[in-house]
Design a protein around this ligand. Structure first.
Ligand code: ZN
Length: 200
């Protein structure tokens, strides 16, 4: 059951990659990676995700991804990268991510990494950076993206945003939550994002 749920989600993610030129160009999507059982973690955001309806104008591939995610979400190994002192309790209660594909993902790859990541509405994800290159794909909802050295942008479903190695970036959700598929590549694939200190 668990494996079937993740396989459906992986196949739906692969379809999003295949249909989105920016994701397709970002790197190879492994066709049949090995599956491994990971111990699920319960976080409050699971309920927000499983109760979330499809957005208006949802594409068939996005709808398939969301349907598969509603089934798989309670079985995923969710993480939250930060401490309450860094981002606040409300942020931690309405945020989370899991590694669908990667060095420690539900599907195993040492060459590619893909996360499913969620933030509720009205949250500020402060400036952070990481060694790996990254591309966000918005499956549902939207947010304002601000990155060092390039114009800010408001992303909606189907939009993508690229972040270079150690390029500082931040994200703010306003009236909507955001559900994303995030791909990493390059150096530091198994690394973590680092919050950048801001002046008091
Ligand atoms: Zn990032």
């Amino acid at each position: 059951m668990t494996r079937a749920a993740f396989q459906a989600l992986y196949d739906a993610a692969g379809r999003l990659v295949a249909e989105t030129p920016a994701l397709r160009d970002f790197g190879t999507w492994p066709a049949i990676p090995g599956f491994r059982k990971r111990k699920p973690t319960a976080i409050p955001a699971i309920q927000l995700i499983t109760a979330r309806p499809d957005p208006p104008l949802c594409s068939p591939a996005q709808s398939a991804f969301l349907a598969a995610l509603r089934v798989a979400a309670p079985f995923a190994r969710w993480y939250r990268s930060y401490k309450r002192a860094q981002v606040g309790r409300d942020f931690l209660d309405r945020y989370g991510w899991f590694e669908l594909l990667g060095p420690s993902g539900h599907f195993r790859s040492d060459a590619a990494r893909a996360y499913v990541a969620y933030w509720g509405d009205g949250l500020v994800y402060p400036d952070h950076a990481h060694a790996a290159e990254e591309i966000y794909y918005v499956v549902a909802g939207g947010a304002d993206f601000a990155s060092d050295g390039v114009p800010s942008a408001t992303l909606a479903p189907g939009d993508t945003r690229l972040h270079g190695a150690w390029q500082s970036h931040a994200m703010t959700t306003t009236t909507s939550d955001i559900l994303t598929l995030v791909l990493w590549r390059g150096e530091g694939l198994a690394g973590k994002p680092v919050l950048l200190e801001t002046a008091p």
